[in-house]
Write a protein that binds this ligand. Structure first.
Ligand code: CP3
Length: 350
């Protein structure tokens, strides 16, 4: 199916575009009243992910309101540890939790190898259904967490501020940590390839917690495994390239290393100036980002001036996808998002 709007893919491949493409991490989410309504209908977040029709519906909701240049699969990164045997649940207001945690060699050995088509059939079904509902209007992004980021939740059992258990494992018993990361890299590769077969046109790896590591530990425990995944991905389908985006939050110090991973594009959080990032790695990869999500709490004029400044800093070069530096937060006004998306297109029109 030929894409009607391919400026997102073109930008990821550093080809010329008519204006800068834009999408938003967490674009289907609680800031939208229609999302909250559909989620209430599903009962809870996980039931929403597992219901093909409702997952398709919430993926499309932001595209009805805004001129986004991409859709992203509605799901979560923690689907993999769930079916590896940990039992994922969400307790209201507290975020994700696991019934079982991974703390020793036996816990790692007990993890199941996954077969996405059967163990995570609801994800494959959602990709197929969304892809068909989009009808080629915009590309569909599939995604996964990075092995390190998944490991933080599997070892801690929930979100964490100090990363105590997961760093203890990495520093005290690196062989156990590597065994875990190895299993995860295999699972993530298989998972992303299944999404590509089902219709994803781009994939993004979310390394939300890579940035809590030291430089050496980032290379050893996070980047090496993302590289392995990138090498194992299906990079072309029906003659169309499938670009890969790596997003390490707080990874600005290591851009040169990340750009050597084999990925097509790097996601940037808001702490680095995108023009400086481009000078450092723009010859190798496209860049995605990087407005502070909290800028969406500012007034329309301020949002527009920030968009202008980020576009200006990147400059008139190929290879920019506009995004926030991390996911949109629940209390943002839907009007602010309209200002954001429209100003990216208007201010970047070639
Ligand atoms: O971007 C999108 O629109 C696609 C959907 C998506 C979700 N989670 C939906 C979701 C994506 C890409 C994710 C990735 C994800 N999930 C990450 C990596 C990216 C990031 O934001 O750092 C992480 C760390 C998770 C794990 C996770 N899932 C957490 C920590 C939480 C709780 C967050 C919170 O604010 O309560 C979730 C739940 C979750 N995943 C929600 C959504 C829309 C909120 C669920 C709800 O209550 O409706």
């Amino acid at each position: 199916m030929a894409l009607k709007n391919d400026r997102f893919i073109r930008a990821l491949l550093k080809q010329p575009v008519d204006c800068t493409p834009v999408w938003m991490m967490r674009q289907a989410g609680r800031y939208l009243p229609e999302y909250r309504e559909t989620r209430a209908k599903a009962g809870d977040f996980l039931s929403l992910c597992k219901n093909t029709d409702l997952a398709t519906e919430v993926t499309l909701q932001p595209l009805r309101r805004y001129d986004f240049d991409a859709a992203i699969l509605f799901s979560d990164i923690l689907t993999i540890p769930d079916v590896m045997g940990l039992g994922l649940y969400f307790s209201e207001g507290e975020g994700p939790k696991f019934k079982k945690v991974v703390r020793c060699e036996k816990d790692v050995a007990d993890l199941h190898a996954i077969k996405t088509e059967t163990d995570l059939d609801y994800v494959v079904n959602a990709v197929r259904s969304i892809h068909s509902a989009l009808g080629g209007s915009v590309p569909l992004i599939g995604f996964s967490g990075s092995p390190w980021t998944l490991a933080t939740y599997m070892v801690e059992g929930q979100s964490t501020k100090d990363f105590r258990h997961v760093k203890t494992m990495a520093y005290n018993t690196p062989e156990i940590m590597h065994a875990l990361l190895d299993k995860l890299a295999t699972a993530v590769t298989e998972y992303l390839n299944a999404q590509i077969v089902a219709g994803a046109e781009v994939v993004q790896i979310f390394d939300t917690w890579g940035g809590v590591l030291s430089t050496a530990a980032y290379q050893e425990f996070s980047l090496n495994y993302m590289k392995k995944i990138v090498q194992g991905l299906t990079r072309e389908r029906d003659g169309q390239k499938i670009p890969v985006i790596l997003f390490t939050k707080n990874g600005g110090l290591w851009l040169e290393n990340i750009a050597d991973s084999g990925a097509d594009a790097l996601g940037l959080d808001w702490t680095i100036d995108i023009g400086i990032a481009r000078e450092r790695v723009g010859g190798k990869v496209a860049l995605q980002g990087n407005m502070d999500p909290a800028m969406l709490f500012a007034n329309a004029k301020r949002i527009q001036s920030e968009v202008k400044s980020i576009l200006g800093s990147f400059g008139d070069h190929p290879g920019h996808v506009f995004n926030l530096g991390h996911g949109i937060t629940p209390n943002v006004s839907p009007d602010a998002v309209k200002t954001f998306v429209d100003s990216v297109h208007e201010l970047s029109r070639r």
